[in-house]
Design a binder for this molecule. Structure first.
Ligand code: ZN
Length: 627
């Protein structure tokens, strides 16, 4: 994804645009800690893994013309052909990190990142063939380029190379990767461009990358190639293959398919590219097709956590309301792809319901994929883990430092590196705040430059103070999002009497003065949530939410003689928030009333935010609690 892929040209038909040239700066609180961990621990850890697993050596072998293709052993025995993409995702993350100020509380780990990135860029450059072709799997194994478009992931890898190149260009003005990426894209364009060979990749991604390349270079042929690849899909070019046509998104034309289908990440990457093309070409029909699929996806196939994808088999969507908590697949990358698509739809339409989805996905779908220490990852994110499991594969004992199909870890890195860019947008009328974090924001509006300071302890506290630092003389509009989960909210401007707000977008239009302060207060009362009655797997259960966070119970918080599976919800008592805790931990927990068999009186147990689970001993966990 990235922001890389989210900056429309001035000619685009998007309603909102990303903030000017300088992304918002996160200055403290929840997100400063997460972003600092990503920069100081996760990204350096990623480089160690790219080295130790042989992923970088594959590119070295391609450059040398000798050596073997290395990959971690997968339980299926597969050798994955797409490992170059992990280098590119990591490089993209580093590009964004080096291009923004060191976050509060970070201590200079960036120096090592620049050296590591130089090494990786040198390896990538050396591996590229004179004609622009670049794929270590094909080169090292001596395969024919583009002979297996369904499974080869060759365009997919180039897509991530392009996104890395765009990131380095935008964040640093460094065009080393962009030059490599253009040559790789040109190689594809020469073989697959208009009036040439018809072909699409079994894994979408190249479509949004080509739009980004078009935006960055001003060359329309990349946009044309992206549009062509969208149009070619769904006509049997890939066919059924090993997994059936829906798996590859080749079952229906992109503008005809009524619902999402097949492999989740493939579907969401494809639809992200479709929005990009639709925005650039003013293609309302194409945009409407994606919005239709998204609305159905949110209504029928999305978990409480925002997670998507209920089947392990083929990493696929299930049927409508097939949302088992224990067998949920909900790949971390699917949540990331959901953020990418929702963000594009937000920009294209201005509808803040898409920002609601970004928030739910980011807190409860993306963040659970990363451990608190930043060095261990989840690939799948079920909503229930049983205390006793009959079969515990060696690769499924909690979080892991890396995966044979690495995929999610470097995707998390680049997503966190771009998170500040999701906080706000601008348009001709003013600035729109979509996500709440302590931050400094500078935005170019049609009325002039606006500078804002945001102070908040969100998501632990519901007060968000927005102070105007610099403002044009002319009136402009400050827009704030009241999330869909929020039962009541109030807004106070300076010393005026607060006004009550309903969920949705609230616009404050006026002539602003430096020092003007707006305080939005969101009600963070604990909520007890019932599932949709059609979700059979959790019928009769409830879940606990507070603000944007979904909570869960973990074995680690239960008395020694109590098992998680024996607990039932005690409807006679109410859950209550507790915290912030002593010792400086700002996290707010929830105490949940439960009953256990054979006990005369009830019990209260701590619930923790779902994103924070599995940071202690491995044990049971559940989001949905039976009544
Ligand atoms: Zn993944």
């Amino acid at each position: 994804m990235t922001m890389a892929s989210v900056r429309p040209t001035t000619a685009a038909t998007a309603r909102l645009r990303p903030i000017g040239t300088t992304p918002p700066t996160v200055t403290g609180g929840f997100w400063a800690e997460r972003l600092g961990t990503n920069r100081e621990r996760t990204i350096p850890h990623g480089f160690e893994q790219l080295r130790s697993t042989g992923t970088l050596d594959n590119l070295r072998a391609a450059a040398a013309g000798e050596g073997r293709y290395r990959a971690l052993a997968d339980s299926s025995g597969a050798t994955f052909p797409f490992l170059d993409s992990d280098v590119y995702k990591w490089l993209e993350a580093v590009g964004w990190e080096l291009g923004r100020p060191v976050p509060a509380g970070t201590h200079g780990a960036a120096d090592g990142l620049a050296d590591a990135a130089d090494e990786a860029i040198g390896v990538v450059a050396a591996a590229q063939r004179p004609d622009g072709y670049l794929n270590s799997y094909v080169q090292v194994l001596g395969r024919e380029p583009h002979a297996d478009l369904a499974w080869g992931h060759e365009f997919y890898c180039v897509a991530h190379l392009v996104q890395a190149g765009v990131a380095w260009h935008r964040a640093l003005g460094d065009d080393r990767l962009l030059t490599i990426a253009r040559r790789a894209a040109d190689r594809i364009d020469r073989e697959f461009g208009p009036d040439r060979r018809d072909g699409v990749d079994g894994h979408p991604g190249i479509e949004m990358a080509l739009v980004e390349l078009s935006r960055t270079t001003g060359e329309q042929r990349y946009l044309r190639l992206a549009a062509r690849m969208l149009d070619l899909r769904g006509h049997g070019l890939i066919g059924a293959g090993r997994f059936g046509p829906a798996y590859w998104q080749d079952h229906r034309p992109v503008r005809d398919a009524e619902t999402v289908a097949g492999h989740v990440v493939r579907q969401l990457y494809l639809d992200s590219g479709a929005v990009d093309v639709a925005v650039e070409l003013g293609d309302e029909e194409l945009l409407a097709a994606v919005r239709r699929r998204w609305a159905d996806l949110i209504r029928t196939r999305t978990y409480l956590t925002g997670g998507m994808g209920s089947r392990h088999k083929d990493e696929a969507f299930g049927d409508p309301f097939e949302l088992p908590p224990d067998r949920a697949y909900t790949e971390t990358c699917a949540a990331i792809a959901g953020v990418m698509l929702a963000w594009r739809l937000l920009l294209a339409t201005g509808d803040v319901r898409y920002a609601d989805a970004v928030e739910r996905l980011m807190f409860n779908g993306v963040l659970p994929g990363l451990s608190r220490d930043g060095r261990r990852f989840f690939y799948t994110n079920p909503l229930q883990r049983r205390t006793h499991r009959a079969w515990e594969p060696a690769d499924d004992v909690g979080r892991r430092p890396w995966y044979p199909c690495a995929c999610c870890p470097p995707n998390l890195m680049r997503t966190l590196s771009t998170w500040p860019q999701y906080l706000a947008t601008a348009d001709d009328d003013g600035v729109q705040l979509h996500q709440y974090a302590a931050a400094e924001i500078e935005a170019e509006t049609g009325q002039g430059t606006v500078r804002l300071s945001v102070q908040t302890d969100y998501p632990w506290d519901g007060a968000v103070a927005v102070r105007v630092r610099d403002t044009p003389d002319r009136p402009w509009t400050l827009s704030l999002r009241v999330p869909e989960w929020c039962g009541s909210a109030s807004l106070r401007l300076n010393d005026e009497v607060p006004g009550l707000l309903l969920p949705g977008r609230y616009d404050c239009h006026r002539r602003w003065a430096p020092g003007d302060t707006v305080v939005l207060t969101l009600d963070l009362s604990v909520r007890v949530t019932e599932p949709h009655p059609r979700v059979d797997a959790v019928r009769g259960c409830v879940a606990v939410e507070r603000g944007p966070l979904v909570y869960c119970l973990e074995s680690a918080d239960l008395p020694a003689d109590t098992e998680l599976e024996d607990l039932r919800w005690d409807g006679a008592r109410l859950p209550v928030a507790v915290g912030p805790r002593a010792g400086g931990d700002p996290a707010v927990g929830v105490v949940v009333p439960v009953l256990r068999p054979g006990a005369a009186d009830g019990l209260t147990v701590d619930a923790v935010p779902y994103f924070a689970w599995a940071n202690r001993r491995v044990g049971g966990m559940r989001v949905w609690i039976p009544r």
